[in-house]
Design a protein around this ligand. Structure first.
Ligand SMILES: Cc1cc2nc3c(=O)[nH]c(=O)nc-3n(C[C@H](O)[C@H](O)[C@H](O)COP(=O)(O)OP(=O)(O)OC[C@H]3O[C@@H](n4cnc5c(N)ncnc54)[C@H](O)[C@@H]3O)c2cc1C
Length: 554
């Protein structure tokens, strides 16, 4: 793929052309040439070009499979023709958005402490270090190599380690995942984040492929490289160190944190960025005691659903043999039934995993390797619970969602037999409200135990899932039949808590130098958005947001 969009400069203009059709067997050059002609320019006159996005259009169950593309072109800057004006008005052509760098002009040597080495914390540390701050990164779990060994031990029967599991440790929650980067946020920092991920070993097509995913195996190889990059920039890593509190005092601009208290002593600081993730239950508890503002936010509850991958691929791409070149199909479905539900975090060719951070509670999620090579397809099937719905289920206050998650996770753990085996029910039996019989085959390592998920789930969630099964069957035949297995429970698709921030400066309300970011603060949902939010929070912190209340423009 040609790539020269950076050549934009004097006398040149950069345009993004959208809605370009590409046949499955059509070369990139032909699409790029068509994009140029759409602008009224001969392809030879183009100075730089690249794909900005490419997605599959599989509507009509594969009867007209093709790609839909966006292309960026750098071309000689000429007065706009009536044709170009028309294309701009119709939304088919727009100026290519200007990317931003991660660094910001900061106060050299300011002491920035970041909690959490997930995507939010890693990119906060990177943005801080590139901006000249002295960065310390505190992570309760171990570096990926040791974390991996503890995760394996859990799967071999050891008790879950509260600091090293599928949710906590180097790389954060998404380290055992499909590593999909679909949740694009159209942010000017996106290009900088993607460039760093590619430098660390992610496939180059994450820059434009709408189905881009990294895979657990590649993510594990990337993390040590990202760590080396950060260490070369001077970032000090403190693994196996848990943040347990803050030392703060009142100042002219509100409370000011002087030091982070940890299991390894106090760390003095000028600014603190918290990227603690969506499962930071004990951390939210001490933050609330320290006076950090906190509120309940909507979050998702449901189950995982698993099918043979072949059923999904056939259902999405139909009988067209060209579909094979696309590999295992994925889906992203919404039900607008009375109680809505949607699929989430679909893992083609993946497996179901135990997203457990506390002993005695069960929670499922999904992961896959880079080749999507398992014969199973799984996805979350969830509905969004508003704080009022959680209150109706008997839980109040900012941490009401955490209480409900715990209650449900314990209920499912017990129903699974107390061994991390997951309660499971065929989709058809769920709809008929009966226990499944016979062998329940699943990719889930701890195995499945037949149970009445329809009775274990809160009524609202049951209703949402039943409505979704009904509708999704129309999109993918067999989805709600005997080959669909519901496995649960899924409570950690998103966080139930928000730490409200000052609107422009990313600061926790009432604090002058505390910057909550990422999914644990309620401002992100996925690897890309967490990375960008972490970077933005760190930029605000080092740009002097903690002293003057100013921050770089969003
Ligand atoms: C199994 C699974 C699969 C997923 N798949 C995808 C996917 O394919 N694509 C996608 O975009 N998203 C996926 N996600 C979601 C994604 O992982 C998260 O949105 C993202 O990791 C959030 O980043 P974060 O930095 O905000 O928090 P996290 O990644 O959760 O990182 C928080 C870190 O903070 C640390 N921490 C917490 N409290 C403390 C403390 N007191 N002291 C020290 N350290 C602390 C934790 O150990 C953790 O490492 C998946 C999540 C899971 C669980």
């Amino acid at each position: 793929m040609a790539n020269g969009v950076e050549q934009q400069g004097r006398g040149l203009a950069s345009w993004r052309v959208s809605g370009l059709r590409q046949e499955l067997d059509e070369g990139d050059g032909e699409v790029l040439a068509r994009a140029a002609r759409a602008l009224g320019i001969e392809p030879e006159a183009v100075r730089g070009q690249r794909f900005a996005r490419r997605s599959i259009d599989a509507r009509g169950r594969g009867r007209d499979l093709h790609f839909v593309c966006q292309v960026d072109l750098v071309v000689p800057d000429r007065p706009k023709t009536p044709r170009l004006r028309r294309l701009i008005r119709s939304g088919k052509v727009a100026a290519t958005p200007s990317p931003e760098g991660l660094a910001v002009e900061g106060e050299p040597g300011s002491r920035l402490v970041v909690v959490g080495a997930g995507p939010g914390g890693l990119f906060a540390a990177l943005a801080g270090a590139l901006s000249g701050a002295e960065v310390t990164l505190v992570e309760r779990g171990e570096a990926i190599e040791r974390r991996g060994r503890k995760v394996v031990a859990f799967h071999r029967g050891a008790a879950p380690d509260p600091d090293n599991n599928l949710l906590f440790g180097d790389g954060g929650a998404g380290t055992y995942s499909d590593g999909k980067l679909y949740t694009r946020v159209s942010d000017p920092l996106e290009t900088a984040v993607i460039d760093e991920l590619v430098q660390a070993g992610a496939p180059a097509d994450i820059a434009f492929d709408a189905r881009a995913h990294i895979g657990t195996d590649v993510l594990h190889r990337m993390l040590p490289r990202l760590r080396r990059r950060l260490e070369e920039l001077g970032v000090r890593f403190c693994y196996g160190v848990r943040a347990t509190g803050v030392e703060a005092s009142d100042g002219a601009d509100g409370r000011s944190v002087r030091a982070l208290l940890t299991t390894d002593g106090a760390i003095e600081l000028d600014a603190l960025v918290l990227c603690i993730g969506h499962s930071a239950r004990d951390t939210w508890a001490w933050l609330a005691e320290a006076g950090v503002a906190m509120e309940a936010k909507p979050f998702q509850v449901g189950v995982r659903i698993e099918h043979p991958q072949e059923l999904i691929t056939r259902g999405r791409y139909g009988p067209d043999p060209r579909g094979e070149v696309l590999g295992p199909a994925s889906y992203n479905l919404q039900s607008r039934a009375e109680v809505p539900a949607h699929s989430f975090c679909m893992c083609p060719g993946g497996r179901i995993v135990a997203s457990v951070s506390e002993p005695g509670g069960l929670c499922t999620n999904g992961m896959s390797n880079s080749r999507h090579s398992s014969r199973w397809a799984n996805a979350a099937l969830v509905t969004t619970l508003e704080p009022a719905a959680v209150e109706a289920l008997g839980h109040r206050g900012p941490l009401a969602g955490v209480e409900l998650q715990r209650e449900l996770e314990r209920r499912f753990f017990d129903a699974g037999g107390g061994t991390y085996a997951a309660p499971a029910q065929r989709a058809s039996d769920f709809l008929d409200r009966r226990r499944s019989s016979g062998e329940l085959r699943t990719s889930y390592g701890f195995g499945a135990t037949a149970a009445r998920l329809d009775s274990l789930l809160p009524g609202l969630v049951r209703e949402a899932i039943a409505g979704a099964l009904d509708r999704f069957e129309r999109a993918i035949p067999g989805f709600a039949g005997d080959q669909g297995l519901l496995v649960g429970i899924e409570t950690r698709s998103s966080g139930p808590v928000r730490l409200p921030r000052d609107r422009t400066a990313f600061r926790a309300q009432g604090f002058s130098n505390l910057f909550p970011a990422g999914e644990g603060a309620g401002y992100a949902g996925g690897i890309m958005s967490a990375a960008i939010d972490g970077a933005r929070a760190a930029r605000a912190a080092v740009a002097g947001g903690h002293r003057s209340g100013t921050s770089p423009a969003r």
